[in-house]
Write a protein that binds this ligand. Structure first.
Ligand SMILES: *[C@@H]1O[C@H](CO)[C@@H](O)[C@H](O)[C@H]1NC(C)=O
Ligand SMILES: *[C@@H]1O[C@H](CO)[C@@H](O)[C@H](O)[C@H]1NC(C)=O
Ligand SMILES: *[C@@H]1O[C@H](CO)[C@@H](O)[C@H](O)[C@H]1NC(C)=O
Length: 341
């Protein structure tokens, strides 16, 4: 459920560098039109596809999913530049844009739309940018806990001037914290997470997600591969498509959380694993996979712009790097930039 940092993969790279070995690739898809080689044989058979595994048993647990037009309400906590807000707004608007050049963010969302509720209704194809709230003066301080996050959301929906609408059925309250804000577990275990508010604190059950700008605290962890951890010698960062390491790194985490929140808003719908306290959701299964061949420590095949930027899909006026999500019909991770589409 939380979007974990890439420490796991990076540790694999690091240990491999120490051992002078090729990084362990757990899941492998051969490039289209290429003859299988020894790597394919070692990791072949049932593990041929990104993230695929006979052990993944993603199931529907009968709870609601977001089938009506989804409205995202950004809450800008701390100091945000307009240029940064624009990147994130245009990403959200790109999710259901009809005319982006393929491979597109809207193509990525099609995999999310495959998920349904008990009645067979699909996840909405419309994701709309709703009202926004600024919390410029850090109403609950520069260090937030999971509980104080709910108080920030409460302040936004009960503000005296222009409160955010109450939309428990199809609202996504997206708390975005600036680079000088620490949130419980940030950098150690998570780069973002989603959950729902408690009526006892907020007055309503509202699905929400938090994503932090890691530029100052841990870009090598949460904005990978636009920054790399200092403990890995020789690993070079790639250039972000919108010129902002922290915000470009947030895009993939925001996509991860919106995809999971839509398919599991009350944490009783789509997830794998036995334990509802630690549900493994549709984006968790594809963490760190951005293209064909991805898995283990390898991001997979991404795209390179003429300007040197690395990305894997197009949105409105911009390019983004966004992790893939689990395709439950094919039983592996898919994305619009897959080489065999
Ligand atoms: C096998 O194929 C992969 C993917 O094309 C390539 O990265 C790897 O170097 C190849 N290994 C050998 C031994 O040819
Ligand atoms: C859902 O969103 C679409 C696109 O913005 C709009 O055309 C449609 O009227 C909306 N439906 C409802 C029920 O609000
Ligand atoms: C709705 O979900 C079903 C079942 O997963 C799928 O076959 C269908 O393609 C989905 N429709 C859309 C518009 O995504």
């Amino acid at each position: 459920m939380p979007s974990p940092p890439l420490t796991v993969f990076l540790t694999v790279i690091f240990l491999s560098l120490l051992a002078g070995a090729v990084p362990a690739v757990q899941c492998w898809r051969p490039w289209p039109n290429q003859k299988p080689n020894s790597t394919d044989l070692i990791f072949g058979g049932s593990k041929k596809y990104e993230g695929s595994s006979e052990f993944v048993n993603l199931r529907y647990h009968m709870g609601p999913v977001l089938t009506a037009n989804i409205t995202v309400y950004p809450i800008w906590y701390g100091v945000w530049q307009n240029s940064q807000k624009r990147i994130i707004r245009e990403f959200i608007n790109s999710i259901s844009a009809v005319d982006s050049k393929p491979p597109s963010v809207s193509g990525w969302w099609k995999t999310v739309q495959q998920y349904t509720d008990q009645t067979g209704a699909n996840i909405s194809r419309h994701v709309i940018l709703g009202e926004e709230k600024n919390d410029r003066f850090y109403s609950h301080g520069k260090s937030l806990t999971r509980l104080s996050i709910q108080s920030v959301i409460k302040s936004s929906v009960t503000a005296r001037t222009k409160p955010l609408p109450i939309n428990p059925k199809s609202g996504v309250y997206l708390l975005l914290t600036s680079q000088d804000v620490y949130v419980q577990d940030f950098c150690n275990n998570v780069c973002g997470f989603h959950y729902f508010t408690f009526p006892s604190i907020v007055g309503y059950t509202l699905p929400y997600a938090w994503v932090g700008n890691s530029a100052k605290l841990c870009p090598g962890v949460c904005a990978y591969p636009f920054a790399v951890p200092a403990y890995i010698p020789g690993l070079k960062p790639v250039q972000p498509p919108n010129g902002d390491i922290g915000v470009d790194g947030m895009i993939s985490v925001i996509g991860h959380e919106i995809a999971e929140l839509s398919t599991n808003p009350l944490v009783n719908a789509w997830y794998a694993g036995q334990d509802p306290v630690f549900p493994v959701e549709i984006a968790d299964l594809c963490e760190g996979i951005y293209g064909t061949g991805g898995g283990g420590s390898y991001t997979g095949q991404m795209l390179n712009g003429a300007d040197g930027a690395t990305y894997n899909m197009n949105g409105i006026r911009r390019r983004f790097l966004l992790q893939w999500v689990w395709n439950n019909q094919l039983n592996y991770c898919t994305g619009p930039n897959a080489l065999d589409h």
